[in-house]
Design a protein around this ligand. Structure first.
Ligand SMILES: *[C@@H]1O[C@H](CO)[C@@H](O)[C@H](O)[C@H]1NC(C)=O
Ligand SMILES: *[C@@H]1O[C@H](CO)[C@@H](O)[C@H](O)[C@H]1NC(C)=O
Ligand SMILES: *[C@@H]1O[C@H](CO)[C@@H](O)[C@H](O)[C@H]1NC(C)=O
Ligand SMILES: *[C@@H]1O[C@H](CO)[C@@H](O)[C@H](O)[C@H]1NC(C)=O
Length: 249
C-alpha cells in the first residue's frame, strides 16, 4: 500500500517536473539580435554593438537600408555574428536581423538621429504582462523631462522623467516619441509586444516539436524504470513480512 502510494507520488512529481521543463524551454530566450545599448534609437557618432545570440554555425548580421539588403560595415569586434560600429551615422538606420542556415532572429528597426533628443525604447520585443519604462534623453543632458506621445497623441500634460507602462499588452503597441521643451522631439519608434522573451517565430514550432519528442522519450523511459522498480519492491514485500499490508494480494 505504502509502496503504491510512493510510486504514485513519484509519477506525479515526474510529470510536474517535465511540465516545468517544457514550459521553461518554451519561454526562454532563443536566437535573437542583441543591441548594445539596448534601445531602438541612437545619437549619431555614438557606438552601437550588434550580437547574434543563440545561433549555431555560420551567422550573418544583415540590414535593409532603403529596401536594399546589405552586410553592415563594422569597425571593431568583427566576427560574422557580432559587430561594433564605433560611430553610427544617419545612413546606418535600418532594419537589422541575424540569420544562419534555417534560422532568423527578430528584426529590429534602428534609428540614428542627428537631432538633440532620442526616445529610450527597448530594442527587443517586450513580453506581455511585464512592465516597460520609456525615457527621454537629450544630447546635452540639460534636461530629460519630456512629454511622451503614442501615435502622435500626448500621453500626459506635464513633462516627466519617464513613462512607465505596466502589465504590457498588445494594445500598448504603437509608435512612441518624446518631446523635450525648447530642445526638440525624438524620432518615433514602434514598441512591439511579444508572447515570450525574444522568441523566434520561425524556429519556435521546430524547437517545441524536438523538445516534446525528447520529453516524451524521457517520460516513457522513466515510467518504465519506475514500474519495474515498483514491481520489484512489491514482489520483494510480498515475499517478506508485509504481505498483510497489501489487500490486493
Ligand atoms: C533573456 O535574456 C535577457 C537579456 O539577455 C535576460 O535579462 C533574461 O533574464 C533572459 N530570460 C530568460 C528566461 O532566460
Ligand atoms: C521596420 O520599418 C519598416 C518600414 O517602416 C516596416 O516595414 C517594418 O515592418 C518595420 N519592422 C519592424 C520589426 O518594426
Ligand atoms: C494584466 O492584464 C491582463 C489583461 O490585459 C489582466 O487579465 C490581468 O489581470 C492584468 N494583471 C495585473 C497584475 O494587473
Ligand atoms: C542644451 O541644448 C539646448 C537647446 O539646444 C539649449 O537651450 C541648452 O542651453 C543646452 N544646455 C546645455 C547645458 O548645454
Amino acid at each position: 500500500m505504502e509502496v503504491t502510494a510512493l510510486c504514485f507520488r513519484l509519477v506525479m512529481l515526474e510529470l510536474i517536473f517535465l511540465r516545468e521543463q517544457v514550459h521553461n524551454s518554451y519561454n526562454q530566450n532563443r536566437t535573437f539580435l542583441r543591441i548594445t545599448p539596448n534601445r531602438l534609437q541612437h545619437f549619431d557618432a555614438t557606438s552601437v554593438s550588434f550580437d547574434c545570440v543563440g545561433f549555431v554555425g555560420l551567422t550573418h548580421l544583415k540590414i535593409i537600408r532603403n529596401t536594399e539588403e546589405l552586410n553592415p560595415s563594422c569597425d571593431s569586434k568583427r566576427t560574422t555574428s557580432s559587430c561594433t560600429m564605433d560611430r553610427v551615422y544617419l545612413e546606418d538606420s535600418g532594419e537589422y536581423w541575424c540569420e544562419s542556415e534555417g534560422e532568423r532572429s527578430n528584426r529590429v528597426n534602428i534609428t540614428i538621429t542627428a537631432g538633440p533628443v532620442i526616445l529610450d525604447i527597448p530594442a527587443l520585443p517586450v513580453m506581455q504582462g511585464t512592465n516597460v519604462i520609456l525615457r527621454c534623453r537629450s544630447k546635452n543632458q540639460s534636461t530629460n523631462l519630456g512629454i511622451f506621445y503614442k501615435n502622435d497623441v500626448p500621453m500626459h500634460s506635464t513633462p516627466e522623467e519617464e513613462m512607465k507602462i505596466e502589465n504590457v499588452s498588445k494594445s500598448d503597441e504603437g509608435f512612441y516619441k518624446c518631446h523635450v521643451s525648447s530642445i526638440g522631439t525624438s524620432p518615433a519608434s514602434w514598441l512591439s509586444v511579444g508572447d515570450q522573451l525574444f522568441y523566434d517565430s520561425n524556429s519556435k514550432s521546430l524547437n517545441v516539436r524536438i523538445l516534446l519528442r525528447l520529453a516524451v522519450t524521457m517520460l516513457s523511459v522513466f515510467l518504465s524504470l519506475l514500474v519495474m522498480g515498483c514491481l520489484y519492491f512489491k514482489k520483494h514485500k510480498v515475499n517478506g513480512e508485509d504481505v498483510a499490508d497489501d489487500p490486493d494480494v
